[in-house]
Design a protein around this ligand. Sequence first.
Ligand code: FPP
Length: 262
Amino acid sequence: MHFDEDKLKQYYENPPEDISLDDVDMARIPRHVSIIMDGNGRWAKARGLDRSEGHVAGVSSLREAVTTSVRLGVDVFSVYAFSTENWKRPQHEVDLLMHLFATTLLKELPLFFQENVRLRFFGDIEALPEETRKVFEEGLEKTAGNTGMTFALAVNYGARAELVRASRLIASEVAAGTLSLDDVDEDAISSRLYTAGLPDPDLVIRTSGEMRLSNYLLWQIAYSEFYVTSVLWPDFSRWDYLRAVKSWQGRHRRYGGVEAAS
Ligand code: FPP
């Protein structure tokens, strides 16, 4: 996707010692970057703060990561914000997260317009508290005409639930006679997932050092590269993002135009 060179250079001014914009090949930016944001609670605990403070700090990191994705020219940027398992957290934390999602999205709508970003959601957003659901629907509607990067938030998302949903859709279409059994192939499944129409992630980043997928995009990440950093989500910066892209590019060296793992 297109990126603005001047804006990008300005964005990446004053680099730290180990990484700079010169370390990445702007002709080979991953099309879809996805992040499993983790470590808000630990970040807060380490500072003697309430977990909620970690989530609030995590919002700033997310804002920066969206901007970074746009500056680098990523086509699709997605994040795992709330899983189907996260309902088991204490009620006050769930309430806070739902409220934070709604208020953040409302507040950031101007940013989405400024950057021509289109919103998308992975997960069952119908089941969310009304405030959050309404803001999400408003965000979807208002940004539908934007033609730049797609920003997808996985909320009330679980990959197994997503696959069950797709299976049911397919079964009901087969039962109704609108889909033949012979047409049930990989495309038939992909097109019934929340990610329908989007490229699979090229790069999946997980913060806070955990080596787990946590029921995230199991179908879509069959061939994705994984990058785990010990940085906690509220500390994740544009430079950490660049480190991840550099690492991904190192694994995707082109030999005579053919992509091969190094
Ligand atoms: C993980 O930290 C992060 C989450 C539960 C997701 C919430 C993300 C945010 C609040 C960022 C902003 C998002 C939006 C959509 C506005 P954790 O609580 O699992 O951390 P821990 O593993 O250290 O306990």
